[in-house]
Design a binder for this molecule. Structure first.
Ligand SMILES: Cc1ncc(COP(=O)(O)OP(=O)(O)O)c(N)n1
Ligand SMILES: Cc1nc(C(=O)O)sc1CCOP(=O)(O)O
Ligand SMILES: [Mg+2]
Length: 218
């Protein structure tokens, strides 16, 4: 198996849905199935924050959501937890600046798995690429209430900075993104948008996902 091709990854990043049980108004399984029906292109399991599941309940939820992704043909990425990603044979892992370094993760999971890394500056972007990241998550673009320890809001500045430095790695914007403010993220040079609340917390999850697909595809 080879490393994922950048163009294929750009397509998968277009509408990148992230969620855990605390983000959902109904069962996470239902939310994920509806989001996939609405056209999300990749999913990240992020069971994190006050009230998040732990132990067997967390593992069971991860297995259920992975099965839904497998059945419906959407890649399943695990947030933070390399042991879980390996145990589930997930399609990839997303780590931030305070998580296990991408370089060490790459050595553990091999070349064929997707590694996403959060970057908040050109320096962090370059380091992540050197360490073997396949894509970068850049944020928070707008204010978010889904991550207590988010960095300062940066708008689209860092996305532009990375693109103006002729860095071609696939990029996704994250943080406070809605259907109404997603387009500037794409226009700044991102390949896609990552969303938690605007999809997981929507009254009609499928319609919300569909709206993002329309905005991102133009
Ligand atoms: C696509 C994407 N981008 C950024 C993040 C944030 O990762 P991190 O900084 O490690 O924060 P937590 O999500 O772990 O709280 C992400 N998860 N996904
Ligand atoms: C998980 C996460 N990471 C961020 C970053 O800036 O790296 S912002 C964020 C939360 C995104 O949730 P919502 O779409 O509800 O704002
Ligand atoms: Mg993290």
């Amino acid at each position: 198996m080879e490393r994922i091709n950048s163009d294929a990854l750009r397509r998968l990043l277009k509408v990148y849905f992230i969620m855990g049980s605390i983000n959902c108004r109904k069962s996470p399984e239902e939310v994920l199935s509806e989001a996939i029906a609405g056209g999300i292109t990749m999913f990240q399991f992020r069971e994190k924050g006050p009230g998040a599941l732990t132990g067997n309940a967390r593992l069971e939820l991860a297995q259920n959501l992975q099965q839904i992704c497998r059945d419906l043909g959407v890649p399943f990425i695990v947030n933070d937890d390399i042991e879980l990603a390996i145990a589930l044979d997930a399609d990839g892992i997303h780590v931030g600046q305070n998580d296990e370094p991408a370089k060490a993760i790459r050595q553990r999971i091999g070349i064929q798995k997707i590694i996403g890394v959060s970057a908040h500056s050109l320096y962090e972007a370059r380091q992540a690429i050197t360490d073997g990241a396949d894509y970068l998550g850049i944020g928070p673009i707008y204010p978010t209430s889904s991550k207590d320890d988010a960095e300062a809001v940066q708008g689209t500045f860092v996305i532009e900075r990375v693109r103006n430095s002729r860095i071609a790695i696939p990029l996704v914007g994250i943080g406070g993104i809605t259907v109404h403010n997603a387009l500037p993220v794409i226009n700044a040079g991102a390949d896609g948008v990552s969303i938690i609340s605007a999809v997981a917390g929507a009254e009609d999850v499928r319609a919300a996902a569909q709206s993002f697909v329309k905005v991102v595809q133009g």
